[in-house]
Design a protein around this ligand. Structure first.
Ligand SMILES: Nc1ncnc2c1ncn2[C@@H]1O[C@H](COP(=O)(O)OP(=O)(O)O)[C@@H](O)[C@H]1O
Ligand SMILES: [Mg+2]
Length: 394
């Protein structure tokens, strides 16, 4: 996966003498300290991050932590005082006005919290607005607008006015307008924050569904940690203009690394966050058409799955039956169907619901090939607050 957005050591100070603020920050002052000493507001302090192409990357933090400032630096609505921002390797912090206009028109689209729809224009006119500014012909922009309205499920509302739509639908228009420009990068600043919880959750599902085919690079800003966990493939957590933690949702929940982050992770439903893969143990299967004996590598204390030539599960041999294979019994005669099976992406809540005492759980890939097995104790360790932190890298 290539990197679409790279932010390197970006600073943004709001005030008349940013150099002085930068000097104080470099000497170790905090945002509060700088404000107290020279009355300048530190918006961003040495922010670096890398957004992989095609991912949903979350910027999360409390109000005032610098999220919108970062988003505005990325599309250069404001200029950082120091550092570099690159989009597909092109430095936008050095771009001139003409280049910037081009970048904003064709490569980056914004979706805002309060939709930013024009009240007297219809849904389709709002959707095609960016294309109109670009000078795209009526016919072409209308076709494009109808195409994206179809994608967000609003084609039949094309000729209605924004006030006739619900909040969720209006935000879909905002999304459609951003999609209409064909920009690869979407910046969504608290795009769902104004929506009612139920509608918000639907919009999150919708975005995830759309993203499976669109594969845009989305920089999504939120103050809601649950939203960050649900949508993000990676999350950068900000506090006082700094990125204080960065990683996958699972990384961050397992190892918050500091109290500020730990406060967000405490109430997370781990059973819905972690998948089967995250607690899977390796297992050495028996080959259905092999020589029929348990090889010396098979673990005698655990049941052994039997796989066919295609790697799919044919059955299982209970731990206490393994010895009988050594006595020359055929696999088929000791193999049973007493097991459960989950795909590697199944959440632990789902795995727990199929768990039956004394039935081993196999993990299979999307094509049904055996990947490993799950020890139920590992599920408990992962969803409870573990007495000992799990090893890093799991
Ligand atoms: N134009 C501005 N002038 C002065 N201070 C600003 C300006 N924009 C933002 N700030 C300050 O920068 C900090 C970060 O703001 P912002 O990026 O909007 O935070 P967030 O989006 O995380 O709520 C805040 O302390 C805010 O008051
Ligand atoms: Mg903001």
């Amino acid at each position: 996966m290539t990197d679409r957005i790279t932010v390197e050591g970006v600073y943004k100070i709001f005030g008349k003498s940013p150099e002085e603020a930068l000097r104080l920050m470099e000497a170790g002052d905090t945002k509060e300290g700088v404000l107290a000493k020279i009355g300048q507001v530190v918006g961003l302090c040495d922010v670096s991050l890398t957004v992989p192409a095609g991912s949903i990357y979350m910027i999360m933090g409390l109000s005032g932590s610098g999220k919108s400032t970062l988003a505005r630096c990325v599309n250069r609505l404001i200029e950082p005082n120091a550092g570099r921002i690159l989009i597909d390797g092109q430095e936008i912090t050095g771009a001139d006005e003409a280049q910037l206009r081009e970048i904003r028109r064709t490569r980056i689209s914004m979706v805002f919290q309060h939709f930013g729809l024009l009240p007297n224009r219809t849904v389709v006119e709002n959707t095609e607005f960016g294309l109109k500014l670009r000078g795209v012909t009526v016919r072409e922009r209308r076709n494009k607008a109808m195409e994206v309205l179809q994608i967000v499920g609003l084609a039949s509302w094309a000729n209605h006015l924004p006030h006739e739509l619900s909040g969720g639908m209006r935000q879909r228009v905002g999304l459609a307008r951003a999609l209409a420009t064909d920009a690869d990068v979407l910046i969504m600043d608290e795009a769902f924050s104004a929506l009612d919880p139920l509608i918000r959750s639907e919009m999150q599902d919708e975005l995830l569904r759309l993203q499976r085919t669109l594969k845009k690079t989305i920089l999504f800003i939120t103050h809601d940690f649950q939203e960050a966990l649900k949508l993000g493939s990676r999350i950068a957590i900000m506090s006082d203009g700094k990125v204080v933690r960065e990683g996958t949702p699972q990384d961050i929940v397992l190892n918050p690394n500091n109290d500020y982050v730990a406060a967000f992770t405490r109430d997370v439903d781990r059973a819905r966050l972690f998948d089967a893969c995250s607690v899977m143990a390796q297992c050495k299967p028996l080959a259905l058409n092999g020589e029929g004996k348990a090889s010396s590598t098979v673990d005698r204390d655990a049941p052994a799955f039997v796989i066919d030539d295609g790697g799919r599960i044919a059955g299982v041999v209970a731990a206490d039956a393994l010895a009988r294979l050594e006595q020359g019994l055929a696999i088929r005669s000791v193999m049973t169907q007493d097991y459960e099976m989950v795909t590697s992406t199944a959440k632990l809540s789902e795995v727990a619901s199929i768990y039956r005492r004394d039935r081993p759980i196999a993990v299979v890939d999307q094509s049904g090939r055996l990947m490993g097995r799950i020890d139920p104790l590992q599920i408990l360790a992962r969803i409870g607050v573990p007495a000992q932190p799990p090893a890093a890298g799991n």
